[in-house]
Design a protein. Structure first.
Length: 230
C-alpha cells in the first residue's frame, strides 16, 4: 500500500472511530430493561365475551397499547407487546417470542368472568412456589431451590406493587394474589404475572373496562408499578 492511500485510510478510520465513540457511550449508558406485555387471547381466541358483547381480546389489547404508551418515555425500558393486532397466537408461540426477547418481566393481561353478574374486582395469579418446588425437587437431588426461586420472589414483589396501585384506582376491589398454574409461565423461569383486571360479566364493571378513560387509568397504575419494580 502506498503511503498516501494509507494516510487517507487512517483519516477515514479515525473519523469513523470519533463518530462511533459517542454512540458506544450512549449504548453503555442505556442498559434497557425489557418488559413484555401480553394482551391475552386474540384472533380466533376471543376470550370472555362481556355483557355488551365486547370480546376480552379487544380489551386486553387496548389496555396493553395504553400501557406501552405510558412506558414509552422511559429511556431505560424497552416495552414489547406479544401481539399488537387482532391475531391468533398460541401460548407456545407467545413463549417462543418471549424467550427471544429475554425480558426482565412479563405481564399478561386478562379480563375475568363470574358465574353471576355480581362478581367484581381485580385479581392476580402467579405460578406457585409449591408447584415450582415439586418440579425442582425432581431436577435437583439436594432440593436446594433458593436461587431458582428468585424470579418467583420478584413476581410477588411486582404483584404487591400492582395491587397497591390498582387499589388506589379501584378501592376495596382487590381480590388478592393467588398461586395458580399460569400456562404462559411454564419453563420461562422469569417473573410472569397474570392480572385479571375486572369482570366482563359485571355490567357496571364492564362499562368501566370498555371506557378509554379507565383503560388509561389502569395503564397508568400498571406503568407506575413496573417503574417501581426496577
Ligand atoms: Zn383471559
Amino acid at each position: 500500500m502506498i503511503l498516501g492511500t494509507c494516510k487517507k485510510y487512517s483519516v477515514i478510520l479515525f473519523s469513523v472511530l470519533i463518530m462511533c465513540f459517542p454512540m458506544a457511550l450512549l449504548h453503555a449508558q442505556t442498559v434497557k430493561h425489557v418488559v413484555v406485555i401480553d394482551p391475552a387471547h386474540g384472533g380466533e381466541d376471543v376470550g370472555v365475551i362481556s355483557v355488551d358483547k365486547t370480546p376480552e381480546k379487544d380489551l386486553t389489547l387496548a389496555i396493553a397499547r395504553e400501557l406501552k404508551k405510558e412506558l414509552a418515555g422511559n429511556a431505560d425500558m424497552e416495552v414489547i407487546l406479544t401481539r399488537d393486532s387482532d391475531k391468533t397466537m398460541t401460548v407456545a408461540e407467545r413463549q417462543k417470542y418471549i424467550k427471544k426477547t429475554r425480558p426482565a418481566l412479563v405481564l399478561t393481561l386478562h379480563i375475568n368472568a363470574g358465574f353471576g353478574k355480581t362478581s367484581s374486582g381485580f385479581e392476580m395469579y402467579y405460578p406457585g412456589f409449591q408447584e415450582k418446588n415439586e418440579a425442582l425437587k425432581k431436577k435437583t437431588k439436594k432440593g436446594d431451590t433458593g436461587n431458582e426461586n428468585k424470579y418467583l420472589n420478584d413476581t410477588v414483589r411486582l404483584s404487591r406493587l400492582v395491587q397497591k396501585n390498582l387499589d388506589v384506582l379501584f378501592p376495596r376491589k382487590g381480590r388478592g394474589l393467588r398461586e395458580a398454574h399460569v400456562p404462559l409461565a411454564d419453563n420461562l423461569e422469569l417473573p410472569v404475572l397474570a392480572v385479571e383486571l375486572g369482570f366482563a360479566t359485571n355490567p357496571e364493571e364492564n362499562k368501566k373496562l370498555a371506557s378509554g378513560k379507565t383503560q388509561k387509568d389502569i395503564a397508568r397504575a400498571l406503568a407506575k408499578s413496573i417503574k417501581s419494580f426496577f
